[in-house]
Ligand binder design. Structure first.
Ligand SMILES: [Zn+2]
Length: 477
């Protein structure tokens, strides 16, 4: 018998087996995992599978988790006594071993395992960058088929580990993350795999909630405050849901952590809506023109899980939460600040989170002695590139590269020399042509296996019609 069931947030209907569904009565409400064990437990050992509150039964592949530690440098800078950092990325000296450098690995690992256990044969994944990288990596590691759809505008930030390059990846020529989701739905119809489902996939939210599991395991109680940058909001919802489980458990505190969520101005639809105390997003705030002005494209979704029952609006309401709009210059400044005070590079989305924390402290919303969990959702890309340089040297001299987990590194897997400093990973974009499209090496139609008819590997939103077969290009590395 399963250790969990799935319940509708609105009407309370319980389902025993469901993959990625909405309630049959309530299409505007999230389903949430109900674990039969209301007490939090963890088995000894490393990685994410030691926790009891995950919707999987028999994972076979080791998966490293977040590293939660008490900050010294940044805490001193902000004059905070109890600042804890959840670092998700590559920083082997701290024990952080996520080669894709993003917390989306927990999501991907949990979703793929949950899908496998539900008899699903493959998944279509739409992503603005980091999710694609995580799914492609874990598809390659676990052998579970996925097809990735990404917007071209995010490709500049895309990179894959070399072994993930074989995972079919479809680039949507003109359009953003929301267009990619539309295309992913079409591909799902053609390919026969389900769409991974976004926020309504309980495994996705519980997987991202692992950050809270690790934090409570480390800190021994719920933090007073939780700080993160949000795009779709799925991660923050997962965190809130995990916190609710801890409150029900009763041994780790009785109050939900206050959520402090940041977005990158000027594209900050949830910040704007929350300022108005409105459950509805304003279409004006979802203008794609705004997306071109932000530095953190991974936060660019125009379909955030804000209004849905059980979404960000409800999470902020339940936790007396706050939202922060962060300008590009502050993002860069706080990425630098983090590097200087903590000693590791972080991605722009994490810079948004650090800036949100700074603002909350300045405003006095967060007090000096409060216990704070800052979620650094991605980092260590430069650190990893440095590791690659030394790994390249080690491979040539026949040694094992340091800080790697052999289980996750299939024999013979090597990284590509790519556009990134040090050649740690291959940029997905093979070459850019100045003809209003992207030209791909090895592009093939997803249906026919032929090169796409719309031009030499070029796609555009107008040309893309998956039903007709040959107008979408698939990169096969
Ligand atoms: Zn319902």
């Amino acid at each position: 018998m399963s250790h969990f069931s799935i319940q509708c947030k609105k009407c309370g209907k319980t389902l025993e087996h469901a993959f990625c569904a909405f309630c049959e009565h309530c299409t505007d409400a999230l389903l949430v995992t109900q674990y039969h064990e209301t007490r939090f437990t963890e088995r000894p050992g490393p990685g994410i599978w030691r926790f009891n509150w995950l919707p999987v039964h028999d994972p076979r592949t080791a998966q490293p988790g977040p590293v939660v530690y008490r900050s010294e440098g940044l805490a001193r800078h902000l004059d905070l006594k109890n600042l804890f950092i959840a670092f998700n990325g590559y920083w082997p000296e701290k024990g952080a071993l996520l080669e894709t450098c993003t917390f989306k690995e927990f999501e991907a690992a949990t979703v793929l395992q949950n899908a496998r256990e539900n008899g699903v044969e493959g998944l279509i994944v739409a992503s603005a960058g980091n999710t694609a990288r995580a799914f492609a990596h874990l598809s390659a590691v676990t052998g579970f088929p996925v097809v990735i759809v990404v917007p071209r505008m995010c490709l500049g930030e895309m990179w894959y580990l070399e072994r993930s390059m074989a995972v079919p990846t479809l680039a949507v020529g003109d359009g953003d993350y929301a267009d990619s989701i539309d295309v992913a739905r079409k591909v799902a119809l053609v390919r026969g795999y389900p769409f991974e489902g976004g926020v309504k996939n309980i495994a996705k939210r519980d997987g991202l909630g692992i950050v809270m599991l690790e934090a409570v395991s480390k800190i021994g109680k719920l933090p007073d405050h939780y700080v993160q940058a949000v795009g779709s909001g799925t991660g923050a919802i997962g965190i809130w849901e995990m916190a609710e489980r801890f409150v029900k458990d009763g041994r780790f505190g009785s109050r939900l952590p206050m959520l402090h969520l940041g977005q990158n101005l000027p594209f900050a639809p949830m910040v704007r809506a929350w300022d108005r105390k409105s459950r509805a997003l304003d279409p004006v705030d979802l203008d794609t023109e705004l997306i071109s002005q932000i530095t953190t494209r991974v936060l660019s979704t125009r379909y955030p899980a804000y209004s849905v029952q059980g979404g960000i609006y409800d999470a902020l309401t339940a936790t007396n939460g706050k939202m922060y709009g962060i300008v590009n210059s502050a993002v860069y400044a706080d990425m630098e600040l983090f590097h200087k005070t903590e000693g590791i590079d972080i991605v722009p989305a994490s810079g948004v989170a650090v800036a949100a924390l700074s603002e909350a402290v300045q405003k006095g919303t967060i007090k000096k002695s409060d216990t704070i969990l800052l979620n650094i959702t991605g980092g260590g890309e430069a650190r990893q590139a440095a590791a690659d340089r030394s790994a390249g040297t080690a491979e040539r001299s026949g040694e094992d590269p340091p800080g790697r987990e052999p289980l996750r590194r299939p024999a013979g897997a090597r990284r590509a020399g790519g556009a990134r400093a040090g050649g740690g990973a291959a940029r997905l974009a093979a070459s850019r042509q100045g003809r209003g499209g992207v030209e791909w090496q090895g592009a093939r139609c997803i249906e026919s296996g032929q090169p796409p008819l719309c031009g030499a590997g070029r796609t555009s939103r107008k040309e893309l019609d998956v039903q007709s077969g040959c107008s979408a290009s698939v990169v096969r590395g």
